[in-house]
Design a protein around this ligand. Sequence first.
Ligand code: AVJ
Length: 324
Amino acid sequence: MIESSAEAEPSATERREAFAADVCEYLQRSPRQLPSRYLYDALGSALFDAICRLPWYRITRAESALLSRHARRILGPLARPVSLAELGCGSGEKLAVFASAAGEAFPTIQLVDISPAALETARSRLKAIGARSIVAHHATYADGLERIARHRPREGSLLVLFLGSNIGNFDPPAAGELLAGIRRSLRERDALLIGHDLVKPEPELLRAYDDPLQVTAAFNRNLLRRINDELGGTFDLEGFAHRAVWNAVERRVEMHLVSRRRQHVRIAAGSFELTFEPEEYIWTESSYKYQASQALEEGRAAGFTGGEQWIDAEARFALTRLSV
Ligand code: AVJ
């Protein structure tokens, strides 16, 4: 059985209005910003998949290796049968790796993503490996969590996966709230499996976010292209340079789009105009980097009872199973 949960989905118009409102609000902040979730339209999701294959971006490969090597141990203490739900599944590649390596049947697999194109890819990939019941939720994390709780089977337990260092997009207070929200949506004997990219030498971090093939630059600039196409924006894509910065104090990599000159931009959907000075930038994403112990501490602070961790010491990546 394969279904989509379409309950109370905002219409395309409502989605576009919310996008326009966010763009106008965030671009007027100081420094100018754009919410990173808007990076993932169909083209953005495809560019992100390409990033995951770059030699300089090791997160996805390191995590996939941990998932396949430790799948049985990860599932070990959970009550059977285990149902799975992934927040921000993207193309579903890692979930398929995990489900295959586990060598057991899952009554339902729920997928949550903001990109319909990515959801479709994930759905067919899981179908191809024999998943029985797949439920796809086109939703944000918060809405997705609610829907997961409503669609979970009564029997057994639920393992929520939040992989790829997606948690890294959230500043510490927001990350804490998100973890607490996940914890509240779980029941006794459920668990959360979460992937954290760990702090590593700065040159390695910067290469991962500013690659020599400039795929990450395309991924970043695609956000301006999306604003032009969906909101009637007039961004000159050549007028903005991609930049990755390691903010050592906050322990995060920031992606910026830096204006190469003084320029004016109009956004028809918001009847909105702004001027960029040379060097003025838009901050489009944060990728927080963690210490392994921090993953366990934040889990405990969010109400989880304990954790077990698997670490790729070479790529500096941690998978943590937090128990309820
Ligand atoms: C999907 C948010 C985990 O921050 O590493 C990759 C996105 N941005 N290259 C990350 C991303 C630039 C990625 N996350």
